[in-house]
Design a protein around this ligand. Sequence first.
Ligand SMILES: [Zn+2]
Length: 127
Amino acid sequence: MPRTLSTEETAKIEETIRTRAERQLRRFEAVTRGMAPRHCPICNYHGMFTPYGSPPRIDAHCAKCGSLERHRLYALMIQSESSFSGQDKVLHFAAEHHIRRMVRPKVASYQTAEIRESSKPALERRP
Ligand SMILES: [Zn+2]
């Protein structure tokens, strides 16, 4: 037969639950502010990034230009000396504007694989 908790036992359990909940809340708040200052190779922003996605990825979203991890990884690759030559022809699928702006000036020919005219950059639209 279960016994009834004393007032002191109940108060101690409530305090333990409150302390643990407050600790978890402080951790959650720290994560949503960002873990540490970051650098964005696309816009040169230096500061805290924000979470992005569902479930949220910590420090995923640049607060200045809106780039995500994959954009910044591509940017680092594109900025490397060996990524493109001036003679390269590029057909870009699912062209994101952050990447498009970096690739276009480095290659001889650049086309996106956009089907809808409204999704194409202005230079590629038919008159
Ligand atoms: Zn940025």
